[in-house]
Design a protein around this ligand. Structure first.
Ligand SMILES: CC(C)(COP(=O)(O)OP(=O)(O)OC[C@H]1O[C@@H](n2cnc3c(N)ncnc32)[C@H](O)[C@@H]1OP(=O)(O)O)[C@@H](O)C(=O)NCCC(=O)NCCS
Length: 178
């Protein structure tokens, strides 16, 4: 079994959309409406959207593959957060966002997530000029919050996130790089 973590290419856009459709619902609170989740997947996690992310110089998409099969992915976004709630919560600048972090459920709790996190932190610290890294995760996604805290993130604030008809609350977490 060979595990590789590398940068996504245009060929990954299709498999990333398939994996994202499986994993995004796992990050949503139980009150999210299925139609809203489906709409978000169709619009924000489509193959076309992944093509745009992969081509964007301000975004870094990492893929974890086991024997060539895509099992997990993360996305870093360079630059100052657009959201004022987030900017005022952070204390380490320059910063970079860990915008997406998703692992296939067959591989939760088996170390793949930690490997991808270590690689994501390493890439974030390399050559992007960032001193800190931040992320948002739903306040009821206890597994994710615990996972991020294990990896040195601490809760520094909250922000709202519109998912269809509901306004959800995300915790904002931050840690230093390096
Ligand atoms: C979030 C995610 C990346 C974490 O990866 P993982 O392999 O599941 O993480 P780990 O098993 O290493 O760590 C999870 C921790 O949460 C704990 N945990 C599990 N369920 C929990 C719960 N309901 N409440 C609190 N803690 C919980 C685990 O025991 C573990 O802690 P421990 O190592 O101290 O025992 C993965 O679960 C995932 O992809 N989830 C679906 C998508 C998602 O939510 N992504 C994050 C979006 S911001």
């Amino acid at each position: 079994m060979t595990v590789v973590i590398d940068h996504a290419t245009a060929n990954d856009a299709g498999p990333l959309a398939i994996l994202a459709a499986i994993t995004f619902p796992l990050a949503c609170p139980p009150t999210s409406h299925p139609d809203d989740i489906a709409h978000f997947i169709a619009t924000e996690l489509s193959e076309e959207r992944f093509m745009q992310h992969i081509a964007d110089p301000d975004k870094i998409l990492l893929c974890l593959r086991e024997d060539g099969h895509l099992l997990a992915w993360s996305m870093l976004v360079k630059g100052l957060p657009k959201d004022e709630q987030v900017r005022s919560s952070l204390s380490i600048f320059p910063t970079i966002e860990l915008s997406k972090f998703y692992v296939h459920p067959s591989h939760h709790g088996q170390g793949s997530s930690s490997r991808l996190m270590e690689a994501s932190l390493e890439i974030a610290a390399q050559g992007n000029g960032a001193e800190g890294i931040w992320l948002g995760t739903n306040d009821r996604n206890a597994r994710a919050v615990r996972f991020y805290e294990k990896h040195g993130f601490t809760r520094v604030g909250a922000k709202t996130f519109q998912l269809g008809r509901n306004v959800e609350t995300d915790f904002v977490l931050e840690r230093a790089l390096g």
